[in-house]
Design a protein around this ligand. Structure first.
Ligand SMILES: *Cc1c(COP(=O)(O)O)cnc(C)c1O
Length: 406
């Protein structure tokens, strides 16, 4: 651990400044307190550390490389852009980093089952992967609307042996899936553990998920130094809930000269309902059992959101991001759908890497920011690969409109 900050935050109640906490009913609070205590004890044990290290290397294929995006950088002619290749992590994205940690914790706590909700299905697939590895049961709650939209991920979860529970009440999307998953968890708190998919939710999840993602920042810092002899001037990552960003930021928090940039989805327009830019347009409030900046409708409830990248369309954001901006340690900017699509094609045709649309937001911001910054370096966390987005992109933004002849 390189960091006094990481030991100091969150505080004992799970707060980063005024954000975070565990604002949940007493019966859930009791369970989450137990998870916190067990996590603190187990995650420091030599067995746990050894096993997680083994898994990182031999199952996930870590460390993932850091690569200089030479072609892209030279075309822009400004700052040099580097990529931390989380798209090469097993199952194609950073999410497995915390799912393996959560599942290993479940094993050490003697649980037999993992329960979670999923929106677009990415978290469900990563958790189902972890459950298969450990031989745990896995129950994923998913709104019927999302099941309809995200057919390939539903099939992946089923093939991996997870049970997908369709949620048919209310709006039949993520919010209802959360309620349904909590209910199922409360029925079986002895045998099951709840596994959240980002640095959100009640304490201890923002802390735990950050700690499990920290491996990205630790590796990237070493690798970048090995490659260039220096630290990067800028570190960039897309922010949905904020787990891939917190993972890479955590490696550089104590390096005051390294500027940290979160990139959030500006969607189609700045009108409420057409973006998911929580840091730009949000106000303080309460969502899913914690306090953060959030987008609200007229009644103060979570507003509808949109992004071309389904992993980024969340009306809240991790509490630690709110805090890091408040103290001036991290800065946040928006990228709209169109710029993300252009970056998706640019990275594909000039570097031979098809990025996830979420990750394409970070790449787009790096491309924009690199102008006029010759001599500086930008390290982008490429959170995942884009296979899951291909059908959608090709149908709505055909290659003919974006590919330049060679
Ligand atoms: C889920 C997802 C994200 C967004 O989640 P964070 O918690 O903000 O990191 C980003 N990239 C990919 C590839 C994802 O699957």
């Amino acid at each position: 651990m390189n960091s006094a900050y990481l030991r100091r935050f969150p505080d004992d109640k799970g707060y980063f400044g005024e954000y975070g906490g565990a604002l949940i009913p007493p019966e859930l609070a009791e369970q989450f307190d137990r998870i916190t205590a067990e996590y603190k004890r187990i995650s420091r044990s030599a067995d746990f550390i050894q096993e997680l290290r083994y898994i990182r290397k031999h199952f996930q294929g870590r460390p993932t490389p850091v690569q200089y995006a030479k072609n892209l950088s030279e075309r822009i002619g400004g700052a040099r852009i580097y990529l931390k290749r989380e798209d090469l992590n097993h199952s194609g994205a950073h999410k497995l980093n915390h799912c393996m940690g959560e599942a290993l914790l479940a094993r050490h706590m003697g649980k037999r089952k993992l329960i979670a909700e999923t929106g677009a299905g990415q978290h469900g697939v990563a958790l189902a992967t972890a459950a298969a590895y450990f031989g745990l049961e896995c129950e994923i709650h998913m709104g019927e609307v999302d099941i309809e939209k995200e057919h390939p991920n539903v099939m992946r979860m089923r093939v991996l042996g997870a049970k997908v529970v369709p949620v048919g009440f209310g709006g039949r999307t993520l919010k209802e899936a959360v309620d349904s998953a909590f209910e199922s968890y409360l029925d079986d708190t002895e045998g099951a553990i709840y596994a959240i998919g980002s640095v959100v939710g009640p304490h201890p999840f923002p802390m735990m998920v950050r700690d499990f993602q920290h491996v990205v920042g630790i590796e990237a810092r070493d690798q970048f130094q090995e490659l260039t002899g220096l630290l990067p001037d800028h570190v960039m990552a897309c922010v949905g809930g904020g787990s891939n960003a917190m993972g890479i930021f955590a490696g550089f928090l104590e390096d005051e000269d390294v500027r940290l940039h979160g990139v959030e989805p500006m969607g189609r327009s700045t009108r409420l309902g057409e973006h998911a830019a929580t840091m730009t347009f949000g106000e303080a409030g309460e969502i899913h059992g914690f306090r953060c900046l959030m987008l609200k409708d007229a009644e103060g409830n979570p507003a509808p959101v949109h992004s071309v990248a389904s992993g980024l369309d969340y009306p809240g954001v991790g509490p630690e991001h709110c805090y890091l901006r408040e103290i001036g340690r991290a800065e946040y900017a928006g990228i709209d759908d169109q710029a993300a699509i252009e970056a998706f094609y640019a990275l594909s045709q000039h570097e031979g890497i098809i990025p996830a649309l979420e990750s394409a937001h970070a790449v787009a911001r790096a491309m924009e920011y690199a102008h006029d910054r010759a001599g500086e370096t930008i390290l982008v966390n490429l959170s995942g690969r884009g296979d899951k987005d291909l059908d959608y992109v090709v149908e709505h933004f055909p290659p003919e409109d974006y590919i330049e002849p060679r």
